[in-house]
Design a protein around this ligand. Structure first.
Ligand SMILES: Cc1cc2nc3c(=O)[nH]c(=O)nc-3n(C[C@H](O)[C@H](O)[C@H](O)COP(=O)(O)OP(=O)(O)OC[C@H]3O[C@@H](n4cnc5c(N)ncnc54)[C@H](O)[C@@H]3O)c2cc1C
Ligand SMILES: NC(=O)c1ccc[n+]([C@@H]2O[C@H](COP(=O)([O-])OP(=O)(O)OC[C@H]3O[C@@H](n4cnc5c(N)ncnc54)[C@H](O)[C@@H]3O)[C@@H](O)[C@H]2O)c1
Length: 466
């Protein structure tokens, strides 16, 4: 029986990064993966393919709006097959990259579904039903998450789709109905709107992007509406009739009331994701899960069963690839006897639309609820020379700093390259920096990052350019 120091079940961003770090630390490591390729949700049907389509569709939209720059081009057209080809090429390059890294780090891979069958034992069943049992001193559960479903609405991945189907539609729908105004709904809704679909988003709550800073979410909703996405907030989809050419969705006010019918060619169900532990044998192994099916850990990725650890989407916390990666590094270091650690106050959250939305640390609402006194610094991109030169002036940078200590507690950005700019705050927060630290740091001119500095200056009410 093959024997290892660490067996990682799942090769998503949590699992593959954990395996690489464990191997770097000299641990004999194996990965068990049931998909044909490595990389999990993120590389195969998540972050990477969605960003490939967001990049392509953004260019398509930009090309139609170049006249302001004095560039005149004919009306562009979409070759969807080629665009999907670009997506597949991007995915292939990334998943092959992980296979290369496994080889480079001498990580053994076992293809098949892993099931914990006893202390330190994992049974791997391949697609032909052939089984093999391997042994490990440590087992890391990194099995990720799956799409949350709506009762009575069956996802066929052609007309009623999850994100997976929405990344592979073979024609641009005339009408796309998105259920859920979260990250997936707004990113993929944007892709198909840019390519020509009429998009309506139905959201249960009376706001989009729950959890994001309210002011940011409101401004972002206005910008998306300006781009042509329609919203129906405080509403829920209760059923979808699939008979006939057109889908008929029943939509009701969340608080109750009369239903209305909304027609669509495609319905995207994006109401969240749930931890995935099916067939893993957790119950039999005595591993505890919480009320939402997440594997319970002690805060240091240890489950209640000695030698079994868990990381990524399958445990508590934001379902983000970089959170899973950092937990992968931390758990490998803890297993190797080091002090692995993740700072959950410094995890950026980015929505890759145009403009982008990015956030880190606390929102104003969270600070108010916690009774923390804070100062706000804000700077609009309309006052940035670089943003004007790029004709990308929508949005702002907002910094929240502790009133007494000036320590930065949160930052929120809507605007061009928000996802890159937020990383300045990631470093600042990680180092316990103050708004003044950032405000006194020389920033290159003309760059979008000057808006970050100006917002930091704004905390002390001394912005220069507004
Ligand atoms: C459309 C979409 C877009 C996204 N975009 C972003 C983004 O831009 N940025 C971001 O940070 N996050 C994004 N996410 C979220 C991100 O994909 C997840 O947070 C991340 O993949 C979680 O990593 P993980 O390693 O925990 O699990 P996963 O990536 O889900 O990997 C789990 C792996 O375990 C395997 N597995 C499960 N059970 C078994 C078993 N019993 N045996 C063997 N293998 C098993 C699965 O096949 C899978 O490969 C996106 C998600 C979606 C759906
Ligand atoms: N750029 C990124 O980082 C990125 C991109 C895509 C996905 N993801 C991750 O994937 C996960 C899943 O994304 P998601 O967008 O599906 O979930 P989400 O949790 O971000 O949003 C789901 C939305 O659906 C709403 N909702 C729930 N039930 C509903 C119902 N019955 N009717 C109408 N609305 C309903 C919720 O109120 C919420 O606004 C997220 O946790 C996210 O972190 C991240």
């Amino acid at each position: 029986m093959a024997s290892y120091d660490v067996i990682v079940i799942g090769s998503g961003p949590g699992g593959y990064v954990c395996a690489i770090r464990a191997a770097q630390l000299g641990l004999k490591t194996a990965v068990v993966e049931k998909m044909k390729t490595f990389g999990g949700t993120c590389l195969n049907v998540g972050c990477i393919p969605s960003k490939a389509l967001l990049a392509a569709s953004e260019l398509f939209e930009e090309v139609s709006h170049l006249d302001g720059f004095g560039i005149e081009v004919g009306k562009p057209t979409v070759n969807l097959e080629k665009m999907l080809g670009h997506k597949s090429e991007t995915v292939d390059a990334n998943v092959q990259g992980v296979a290369y890294l496994f080889k480079k780090n001498k990580i053994t891979s076992h293809q098949g579904t892993g099931r914990i069958v006893g202390k330190g034992k994992v049974e791997v069943t391949d697609e032909n039903g052939k089984t093999e049992t391997i042994e490990g001193k440590n087992i890391v559960v990194a099995t990720g998450s799956d799409v949350a479903r709506l009762p009575g609405i069956e996802i066929d991945e052609e007309r009623i789709v999850s994100s997976t189907g929405a990344l592979s539609l073979n024609k641009v729908p005339k009408k796309l109905l998105v259920v859920g105004a979260g990250v997936i709904g707004l990113e993929l809704g944007s892709v198909w709107r840019r390519l020509g679909a009429e998009v309506m988003v139905v959201e249960f709550l009376d706001r989009i992007l729950p959890g994001m800073d309210n002011e940011v979410a409101k401004q972002f909703q206005r910008l998306l509406q300006k781009q042509g996405i329609a919203f129906k907030l405080g509403s829920k989809v209760t059923g979808v009739e699939t008979k006939g050419e057109t889908l008929k969705a029943s939509v009701e006010p969340a608080k109750g009331g009369d239903a209305e019918t909304i027609e669509a060619d495609v319905v995207l169900v994006s109401i969240g994701r749930v931890p995935y532990t099916e067939g893993l044998g957790l119950k039999e192994a005595g591993v505890e899960t919480d009320e939402r099916g997440r594997v319970k850990t002690d805060g240091h990725y240890r489950t209640n069963v000695d030698g079994i650890w868990a990381i990524g989407d399958v445990i508590t916390g934001p379902m983000l690839a970089h959170k899973a990666e950092d937990e992968g590094v931390a758990v490998a270091e803890i297993i190797a006897g080091q002090a692995g650690h993740v700072n959950y106050d410094a995890i950026p959250n980015i929505i890759y639309t145009m403009p982008e939305v990015a956030s880190i640390g606390k929102t104003e609402e969270q600070l108010k609820d916690a009774g923390v006194e804070y100062n706000v610094g804000k700077f609009p991109f309309s006052a940035s020379g670089r943003a004007r030169a790029m004709r990308a002036t929508d949005g702002f940078v907002k910094v929240l700093a502790d009133k007494k200590t000036d320590r930065v507690l949160g930052a929120h950005i809507v605007g061009p390259s928000a996802g890159e700019l937020i990383q300045e705050f990631a470093v600042l927060i990680e180092f316990g920096g103050s708004a003044e630290d950032l405000a006194r740091t020389c920033h290159g001119h003309p760059t979008l990052s000057e808006a970050v500095r100006e917002a930091a200056l704004g905390v002390a009410k001394r912005s220069i350019h507004i």
